[in-house]
Write a protein that binds this ligand. Structure first.
Ligand code: IMP
Length: 196
């Protein structure tokens, strides 16, 4: 069965292919549909953005499409950066600038109050049907300086709960076992088993 992943983020697409490797699903990406218009992520919730992207790509391609929206929520910052995670340091910000901004915003926050979580919502749009959503959360905390070179985004400052290494110090398979995206994708993959 073919399904379109509504994203141009190459690193994320790689993670998703890796996690879905054991499932009878062929994941096409927007690279297979170069004329598909970009969808603006202008909703203020993860599911709002994911549903908007999945529905737009399903409508354009006429195929089943899924999209994810994810981000980091820091308790001491009232849930920021949240849906603005990708552009926390401004439009077109790099991962390094976003991490720098996060660390500076959290400079005064003591070690005992640095809890954070990654959240992922996957929306599946099946043409002619209602949209389904699947959620995953990875609990953890934010360090004081970047460590490790793997992964992307806030990985170098995120310590998953119960671990003393950041996501960026872990192998891909170690991160997958703990990640919000993997948890949401597992639920999504389980649901896909029941679709013709
Ligand atoms: P999205 O493409 O709108 O879902 O943006 C998600 C943003 O949240 C990314 O650009 C990262 O800044 C952050 N993010 C989401 N998932 C992860 C992750 O697994 N590791 C590190 N950062 C992440």
């Amino acid at each position: 069965m073919e399904i379109v992943f509504a994203s141009r983020n190459r690193k994320k697409a790689e993670e998703i292919q890796r996690i879905l490797a054991g499932h009878p699903v062929t994941v096409l990406s927007l690279a297979d549909f170069p004329d598909c218009p970009d969808v603006e992520e202008d909703r203020d919730t993860f599911d709002g953005n994911a549903i908007k992207k999945a529905e737009a790509v399903a409508a354009f391609t006429g195929r089943m499409a899924f999209a994810d929206d994810s981000g980091l929520e820091v308790a001491a910052l009232n849930g920021a950066p949240g849906v603005f995670s990708a552009r926390y340091a401004g439009e077109g910000a790099t991962d390094i600038l976003n991490v720098e901004k996060l660390l500076s915003e959290m400079a005064e926050i003591p070690d005992s109050q640095r809890e954070a979580r990654f959240v992922c919502c996957i929306a599946l749009a099946i043409p002619g049907e209602e949209v389904h959503t699947f959620w995953g959360v990875a609990e953890g905390s934010i360090g004081r300086e970047p460590r490790g070179a793997a992964g992307f985004g806030y990985d170098p400052v995120f310590y998953p709960a119960g671990h003393d290494r950041t996501f960026a110090e872990m192998s891909a398979s170690e991160k997958d076992a703990l990640s919000h995206r993997k948890k949401a994708l597992d639920k999504f993959a389980e649901f896909m088993r029941f679709i013709e």
